[in-house]
Ligand binder design. Structure first.
Ligand SMILES: [Zn+2]
Length: 280
């Protein structure tokens, strides 16, 4: 089994989105007052070349996001900026790896934010899995109001709603195996969105934790600092705690979507090393 990191362009957000300030509604509103941008951060999608077939986790950005500067949505217009060229979309990058559209059996989305579902158009023949609750949240005009772009989904988009079974996977309360071998597992990591999921890939004694936006980087996960957009403080905090707990027992390579060090960690199999005194 091989995992590939596919960088689908870059994104810039406000620093108060990466590391939330305050709690609750105040935390979620503060980012709109923040004038400080992050550096350009990568947006990774992941390709699991598995004996049972290729699984893609998240589809990254698409060039249609460059139109967001004209959006009426205050978040999309003023709080986020994208960089991407057409050949940086996931489709062309998969072809460069020798993976054609028909080779991808399944696409799993950690959540439906616009930089995770932006490459859906490249997968018309794949089974697409999205958690049922996330789909409900993102649909329709309420989805648009929440900052999703359901109007940009391909017309054929009809994902399989994923109900994570009430089967614990380590400290995670709900999980579903995505392969017969049981070595690719979707786990519930609610917080960033209420139905956010992550994908754990077990290979040769190491767990590769494809974390989506559970946190924007490893440091914040270790520190238990939640982001500026998470829907619920307690829920997001419990998820970060569960990830730390998981990594305590098993060698874990932590791979968030926007962490500048994710690709290096994957390439060098660098597991989470907790320094003494780290919270949690
Ligand atoms: Zn997100």
């Amino acid at each position: 089994m091989t995992i590939h990191a596919i960088r689908t362009g870059s994104v810039r957000i406000k620093t108060a989105q990466v590391e939330g300030r305050g709690r609750g509604l105040r935390r979620r509103l503060t980012l709109f007052a923040d004038r400080n941008w992050t550096d350009w951060l990568p947006t990774y999608a992941w390709v699991i070349d598995h004996p049972e077939g290729v699984i893609v986790v998240d589809t990254g950005q698409g060039i249609q996001l460059l139109d967001n500067v004209r959006s009426f949505h205050p978040y999309q217009r003023w709080q986020v900026a994208f960089r991407i060229e057409r050949e940086e979309e996931i489709g062309p990058q998969l072809r460069a790896l020798g993976v054609g559209p028909r080779d991808v059996q399944r696409v799993v989305l950690t959540h439906l934010h616009i930089d995770h579902d932006g490459g859906l158009a490249h997968f018309p023949r794949s089974e697409i899995l999205v958690s049922r609750g996330e789909l409900r949240t993102a649909r329709g005009w309420m989805g648009c109001a929440r900052g999703y772009l359901p109007n940009r989904w391909p017309s054929w988009f009809d994902p399989v709603p994923l109900d994570l079974a009430a089967e614990a996977f380590g400290p995670f309360a709900a999980s579903t195996r995505l392969t017969q071998a049981g070595d690719v597992v979707a786990v519930a990591t609610p917080g960033h969105t209420a139905d956010h999921l992550s994908v754990a890939v077990l290979d040769e004694g190491v767990t590769y934790f494809l974390a989506g936006d559970a946190s924007y980087n490893e440091r914040l996960m270790l520190a238990g600092e939640i982001d500026g957009v998470s829907v619920d403080d307690e829920m997001a905090g419990r998820t970060l705690e569960a990830i730390r707990c998981f990594a305590r027992d098993r060698p874990t390579v932590y791979l968030p979507t926007h962490d500048p060090e994710s690709a290096m960690r994957l390439a060098t199999r660098r597991v989470i090393i907790r320094s003494s005194g780290t919270a949690g």
